[in-house]
Design a protein around this ligand. Structure first.
Ligand code: HEM
Length: 398
């Protein structure tokens, strides 16, 4: 039996993924299988014989679920109704300007954060930059009033630290803290929805709260899916900014080019999503029926782990897959998943991380890593540095 992720392997999980890719299907435990080749992962992401609903598992283990589940944990038609409804207030065709409309605010936040760095010396890219940025962005988007943001930020911090505890005892306490923070966040969003009903303000939550259409969401659906947007957008984006900074500092030519050509951030971010994806694998699929791949049958009700990070470095799909090459053609990575659950926030994440990495590249003179590899978060699913200490000679004006 294999283990997919272990803390000791966080800096370099790639040999394990290569090993897992050798067989097309790997049994991880009773009722639990993994696949890691690109074509198989992609096919299963689009396969209606797979489910994201925990109730379809023979052995759900300790997986707990909200009632009703957030749309990431639902299958059609429930998933499609909720995703469609939220999309009406987030993207085309109904709301085409929402994501790009955030750009001035994201730039302002980035300037504020970098402006608070010392003139020269040392920063922790995670604590001082990657971590605070996405919370502010999601707060603005959802319509969390600026006055409530510190409290919101604290809850968000508690939810992330629940994933980062070093040992089991700390982990149990931290997970308790995480659950409490999630409940507090849901309660807060419930109150906010009520306020928005009285006075709509054009924000996403306000649009959803005041919608009288056929697919309108109930209060509890709004709370649960509002928390999903926050968590899914926050824990991932932090890691992409930190993984991206680390990769650029290890590749000085790429860093120098990004400094000269900030618009090159677009392919840089795509390549980072392939090479260093924040979500390493999706453990939340189940087989709705027996699924046979290459002579191995995954029985109905089994847990199916889709190894995105392994697929992204499959030599059968990508030339020289371990190389950081933002100019590689046809970079159809699986860093945002694929199929009906393809990352809802991808356009926002791309914009945020493009701007963040281009700004860091242009505003720090002679940046260098203090510790390589840095300490990593212990979570095997969400991979990224816990801290990323960087020294530099001078901070430039924007
Ligand atoms: C770099 C940042 C991000 C990464 C790497 C990422 C990655 C992913 C992945 C791999 C999935 C697929 C999950 C599955 O198939 O079960 C997903 C889904 C999702 N993401 Fe993201 N995400 C990021 C940022 C965001 C942001 C900023 C938001 C919110 C604004 C967001 C909201 C969601 C939601 C709601 C889903 C569920 C979609 C569905 O079930 O239809 N994500 N994301």
């Amino acid at each position: 039996m294999h283990q997919v992720g272990q803390q000791a392997n966080r800096p370099n999980p790639w040999p394990i993924y290569a090993q897992l890719r050798r067989d097309r299907v790997v049994q991880l435990a009773e009722h639990s299988y993994a696949v890691g080749r690109y074509d198989d992962v992609l096919a299963l992401l689009h396969d209606p014989r797979t489910s994201s609903d925990v109730h379809t598992l023979t052995d759900p283990g300790d997986r707990i679920e909200t009632d009703p589940p957030a749309f990431i944990n639902q299958d059609p038609p429930g998933h499609d109704r909720l995703r469609g409804e939220i999309t009406r207030f987030f993207g085309p065709p109904d709301s085409p300007g929402v994501v790009n409309g955030q750009e001035p605010e994201i730039r302002r936040q980035i300037d504020t954060l970098i402006g608070a760095f010392p003139e020269s010396g040392e920063i922790d890219v995670v604590d001082d930059f990657a971590y605070p940025l996405p919370v502010t962005v999601i707060c603005r988007l959802l319509g969390v009033p600026a006055a409530d943001e510190p409290q919101f930020r604290e809850w968000a911090a508690q939810t992330v630290s629940g994933l980062d505890a070093a040992n089991l005892e700390d982990r149990e306490a931290a997970l308790k803290g995480r659950n409490e923070a999630l409940l507090a966040l849901a309660g807060y969003l419930g109150e906010l929805v009520k306020k928005h009903r009285g006075s709509p303000d054009g924000s996403m939550l306000s649009g959803l709260a005041n919608d009288g259409g056929a697919d309108a969401m109930s209060d509890i659906e709004l709370m649960i899916n509002g928390v999903l947007l926050l968590i899914a957008g926050h824990e991932t984006t932090v890691n992409l900014i930190a993984n991206g900074t680390l990769t650029l500092l290890r590749n000085p030519d790429a860093l120098a080019r990004l400094r000269r050509e900030p618009e090159w951030a677009v392919p840089v971010v795509e390549e980072l999503l392939r090479l260093e994806p924040p979500i390493q694998y999706l453990p939340n699929r189940a087989a709705l029926t027996d699924i046979t791949i290459d002579g191995t049958t995954i029985p109905k009700g089994s847990q199916l782990t889709l190894l995105l990070a392994a697929a992204n470095r499959d030599p059968g799909r990508f030339t020289d897959p371990d190389r950081f090459d933002p100019d590689r053609p046809d970079n159809q990575h699986l860093g945002f998943g694929s199929g009906i659950h393809y990352c809802f926030g991808a356009p926002l994440a791309r914009l945020e991380v493009d701007l963040a990495l281009a700004a860091l590249a242009s505003r720090l003179d002679n940046p260098r890593l203090i510790e390589d590899p840095p300490p990593y978060r212990p979570s095997p699913v969400l991979r990224g540095p816990l801290h990323l200490r960087v020294a530099y000679d001078a901070r430039r004006a924007s």
